[in-house]
Design a protein around this ligand. Structure first.
Ligand code: CMC
Length: 432
């Protein structure tokens, strides 16, 4: 359970002649928030914050992110150390249970995941019902929901601790299998069942590609990508998971909704969009400057994909790690990708450009991740599924944290109504 945020001072709000003392809540890293829980009752006012740029939806003990200083920590541990040294399973345990596991805890956790990785009997046939053109994110979201139909004991709206744990293990264990089976079936290939003797990451790769022992360089590259994506506090998909979960919908429907939210190109879908953009530039003769100009043109809807972030206004620490990894992985695998050169030119041009400098737009995690995933052999439309696998422990950690928070309420924002004022109904016969 997360310690509640403490209020140590108050701020004063004056509105329409009324004064209200608002508790100032201070987080671990001294970040401050005005607690407006009593605002509407006391004043009749609500706040208006489209896009939630200034709204804290909860107090959370999972991830700390400082966008100005480019800091990202999971449960206090810097992302750089975890990306360097931790396994993905260890990172998932850390996010969900709050501490690094002991050797025994990690072995137990890994065994419990491996034991649950196979799909329920009969579930495989659903993959054959999707059209061949189905996007892998649509298939994943649908299959996570279908998985819930095989797990009736895990749908309790008020789950006991063991039920919550079992739902978490079931999803963590089976989502890679769902993702890999979806990929194999879409390619018209037979599925490759999960293996208990491999790590989480190596098992996923063998289920996708069917090679009995995946290349350690590829396992290592994917491990790092998954860890870098594992949590990012209240992003769009995680907020979706929390909002859906707050209605006491189960873990499966919450995660399926998270997958759908992640699919969008402004969020996780950006990794696919970046590669598609680089391919377009390549087909166009490599004139990246034209695309930088287009991204600046307010008459165009084009944006430089993989650039900009709602919270990072200096640099995205994940993108630094991934850029370095990109050079290393391509070198180790002996892959020469012309898209990498285009990406580097594009980055260089954008970082020198006043438009990007003044708006504090830097490459984000998705700018280089797609080039690594391409080198590994993952098809472009499967990139966001890889992001979903990475983000899964984060979603589950937030779902658990929320359900365990005392005083948890259903999420329900308000609005300012700007539609027509009351008007009388006109019968159809009088409407002409
Ligand atoms: N290319 C060109 N202009 C941009 C870009 C971009 N990629 N991103 C932001 N801007 C401009 C935007 O037009 C606006 O300009 P102005 O002030 O003149 O109107 C200004 O920068 C602020 O943009 P915003 O849309 O208000 O910023 P936001 O915080 O709402 O959006 C974002 C953040 C990530 C959605 C946005 O930067 C974007 O669309 N980036 C491209 C998509 C992308 O790479 N998404 C992946 C994000 S990281 C993965 C994850 O989601 O975890």
């Amino acid at each position: 359970m997360t310690a509640a945020a403490t209020a140590t001072e108050t701020a004063t709000l004056s509105v329409s002649g009324r004064t209200l003392a608002l508790p100032v809540v201070t987080g671990t890293e001294r970040e401050k928030a005005l607690d407006i829980a009593r605002l509407r009752t006391a004043t009749g006012y609500i706040t208006l914050d489209p896009g939630f740029g200034n709204t804290g939806a909860c107090a959370s003990g999972i991830t700390f992110l400082d966008g100005e200083r480019g800091i990202l920590r999971y449960r206090g541990f810097p992302i750089e150390s975890l990306a360097e040294s931790a396994t993905f399973t260890e990172t998932a345990y850390l996010l969900i249970y709050g501490n690094l596991p002991s050797r025994r805890e990690l072995e137990q956790f890994s065994t419990r995941l491996a034991e649950r990785a196979a799909l329920p009997d009969g579930m495989e046939r659903f993959f054959d019902l999707f059209p061949k053109t189905a996007h892998p994110m649509a298939v994943l979201s649908a299959m996570v929901t279908i998985l819930s139909t095989y797990s009736p004991a895990l749908l309790n709206p008020y789950p006991a601790r063991e039920e919550m744990d079992e739902a978490i293990l079931t999803l963590l264990a089976k989502v890679p299998t769902l993702a890999a089976y979806g990929y194999r079936r879409a390619q018209g290939l037979p599925v490759v069942p999960p293996r208990r003797d491999l790590s989480y990451t190596a098992n996923y790769l063998q289920m996708i590609f069917g090679a009995p022992s995946p290349d350690p360089a590829i396992v290592q590259a994917l491990r790092q990508i998954l860890i870098l994506h594992a949590d990012h506090e209240q992003n769009c998909s995680t907020s979706t998971v929390r909002l859906v979960g707050s209605s006491r919908a189960n873990a499966f429907s919450s995660v399926a909704a998270g997958v759908s939210a992640l699919w969008g190109p402004l969020h996780g879908g950006a990794n696919q969009a970046v590669i598609e953009m680089l391919e377009t530039i390549q087909r166009d003769g490599g004139d990246y400057k034209k695309f930088v100009a287009m991204a600046k043109d307010k008459a165009s809807t084009f944006r430089l994909m993989g650039f900009g972030h709602r919270v990072y206004k200096n640099f995205d620490p994940r993108s630094r790690i991934i850029k370095k990894a990109c050079d290393q992985v391509l070198g180790t695998l002996g892959v020469q990708d012309p898209l990498l050169d285009i990406a580097k030119h594009l980055e260089e041009a954008a970082l020198k450009d006043d438009y990007f400098i003044t708006r504090k737009l830097y490459p984000n995690v998705d700018f280089y991740s797609g080039i690594i995933l391409r080198a590994i052999g993952i098809p472009t439309n499967g990139f966001t599924v890889t992001f979903a696998l990475g983000r899964l422990p984060g979603w589950l950690a937030h779902w658990k944290e929320m359900l365990e928070s005392p005083g948890m309420r259903i999420g329900r924002p308000r609005q300012v109504y700007v539609g027509p004022a009351e008007r009388p109904y006109v019968p159809l016969s009088q409407r002409g």
